[in-house]
Design a protein around this ligand. Structure first.
Ligand code: PLP
Length: 392
C-alpha cells in the first residue's frame, strides 16, 4: 500500500470518466433522467451508485465519500452539510426510545447539547462517562446500551480515550461505538483498527482546511453501514456540490498541511509550557501529558489543536492577552491555514474536572513557527508581567 501522502493525492479520482480532468467536476442536479422504463426500474435497485435523484448524491458527492471511506479505512461514507449534522445523524441512525447511550464527558459542546436536549426528548437515556475510563466502562454498560459515543482527544480538554478497551466492552453488550475523529483526522488515527463502528469527521476543519466551507462525514464498517445509510437517507440531508469540490481539493494537500500543523503545534505547546503565566498545557503529544502513552500507542501524529490553562480568570488580564495577539485570530472552528485562539474558561462537564485556571484553546496554523512563538510570548508578557497580582 502506498504512503498516506500518495493516497490523499489519488483517492476518489477518476480522470478517465471526466474527459481526463484531474479533478472530479462540480455536478449540479436534482432530476436524473432515465432512458427507458426498464432503466427507471433498474435505478431503484439497491447498490446503484447514482440512484435516481440528486438527493442521493452526484459523481461529486461519490468522489468525496469514496475518498473519505478509503482514507478512514471504513466500508463506506456519507457526507453531511456540517460536522454537527454528521454527529447528530450518525447517532439518530442507531437509537430508538428506551435505548441507553453512553457519551464521553469531553464531547464537542453542540453534540452534547443535542444528546442532552433532543435525544432525551425522544425517550433515549443519556449517561456520561469520564474520557479516561478504559475497561471500567463495563460498569456503565447495560443490556440496552445501544451506542457508546466518544471523541479522542476531546477538542477542549484533550484527554485521550482507550478506544480498543472501550470498544471491546461495548461490543460485548452489542452496542455500536461511534467516534468523533476530527482532531487526528483520518491521517493520524485509524478508528476502525481500534474497534470503532462509525467514525465522524468535521470536514470543516482539516479536510477543507481553508475556513471557507462546512461539511461533515460519517464512515461505517460493514456492520454499521446498513443502519447508518438508511437512517441518514430518512432525514434527507444533502451537501452542496461546491463545498464538496472544496473538500476534495483540501484532501490533496492535507497530509502536507497536517505535518506542519503538528510540528508547529508541538513547538508552540512546549514553549508555552515554560511561561510563568501558564499553569498547564493540554497536548497529548507532550511527554508529560496524562494521555501521552495512549497517544503514542494508538496515534500516528498530532494535529495543531491544543489547550493552555492560564493562571488567572481576571477579565482585564485576559483582554490584554487576547488583544495583544496579532497573528492569532479570536474565533471558533480550527483546521484552517490561520492560527486561532478561543477563550473557553471552564469546559462544560457533568462530572468534576481538575481544571482550575482559565482554559484557552489554541490552533497552530501554517504561519512560520518563530513568528507564532514570538507573538504569543509577547502577548503573555504584556498581559501578565505588567500585573504582579495576576501571576500570584
Ligand atoms: C467543529 C467540530 C464539529 C462540528 O463541525 P461543524 O462543521 O462546525 O458543524 C464536531 N466535532 C468536533 C470535534 C469539532 O471540532
Amino acid at each position: 500500500m502506498h504512503d498516506a501522502t500518495t493516497r490523499y493525492i489519488h483517492a476518489g479520482r477518476n480522470p478517465d470518466a471526466y474527459c481526463g480532468l484531474v479533478n472530479t467536476p462540480i455536478f449540479r442536479g436534482s432530476t436524473v433522467l432515465a432512458k427507458s422504463y426498464e432503466a427507471w426500474e433498474a435505478s431503484k435497485k439497491d447498490g446503484n451508485p447514482y440512484a435516481n435523484y440528486g438527493r442521493f448524491g452526484t459523481p461529486t458527492t461519490r468522489a468525496f465519500e469514496d475518498a473519505v471511506a478509503e482514507l478512514e479505512g471504513g466500508h463506506a461514507s456519507l457526507v453531511f452539510p456540517s460536522g454537527l449534522a454528521a454527529c447528530v445523524h450518525a447517532l439518530l441512525a442507531f437509537v430508538k426510545a428506551g435505548d441507553h447511550v453512553l457519551i464521553t464527558d469531553n464531547i464537542y459542546g453542540p453534540t452534547r447539547a443535542f444528546v442532552s436536549n433532543v435525544l432525551t426528548r425522544f425517550g433515549v437515556e443519556v449517561e456520561y462517562f469520564v474520557p479516561t475510563i478504559g475497561t471500567a466502562i463495563s460498569k456503565q454498560l447495560r443490556p440496552n446500551t445501544r451506542v457508546v459515543f466518544t471523541e479522542s482527544p476531546g477538542s477542549l480538554t484533550f484527554e485521550v480515550c482507550d478506544l480498543p478497551a472501550i470498544s471491546e466492552a461495548a461490543h460485548a453488550v452489542g452496542a455500536f461505538v461511534l467516534i468523533d475523529n476530527t482532531w487526528a483526522s483520518p491521517l493520524y488515527f485509524k478508528p476502525f483498527d481500534h474497534g470503532a463502528d462509525v467514525s465522524i469527521q468535521a470536514a470543516t476543519k482539516y479536510i477543507i482546511g481553508h475556513s471557507d466551507a462546512l461539511l461533515g462525514t460519517a464512515t461505517a464498517n460493514e456492520r454499521a453501514w446498513p443502519l447508518l445509510k438508511a437512517g441518514a437517507h430518512d432525514f434527507g440531508q444533502t451537501a452542496s456540490p461546491d463545498d464538496l469540490f472544496l473538500a476534495l481539493r483540501g484532501l490533496r494537500t492535507m497530509p502536507i498541511r497536517l505535518q506542519r500543523h503538528w510540528s508547529t503545534g508541538v513547538a508552540l505547546a512546549q514553549s508555552l509550557e515554560t511561561h510563568p503565566a501558564i499553569a498547564r498545557v493540554l497536548h497529548p503529544a507532550l511527554p508529560n501529558d496524562p494521555g501521552h502513552e495512549l497517544w503514542k500507542r494508538d496515534f500516528l501524529g498530532a494535529s495543531g489543536l491544543f489547550g493552555i490553562e492560564v493562571k488567572t480568570k481576571d477579565p482585564a488580564v485576559l483582554a490584554r492577552l487576547f488583544d495583544n495577539l496579532t497573528l492569532f485570530g479570536i474565533g471558533l472552528s480550527w483546521g484552517g491555514f490561520e492560527s486561532l485562539v478561543v477563550p473557553v474558561g471552564q469546559p462544560l462537564r457533568s462530572l468534576p474536572t481538575d481544571s482550575q485556571g482559565y482554559l484557552i484553546r489554541v490552533h497552530a496554523g501554517l504561519e512560520h513557527v518563530t513568528d507564532l512563538l514570538e507573538d504569543f510570548h509577547r502577548a503573555l508578557d504584556i498581559a501578565f508581567l505588567s500585573s504582579r497580582v495576576a501571576v500570584a
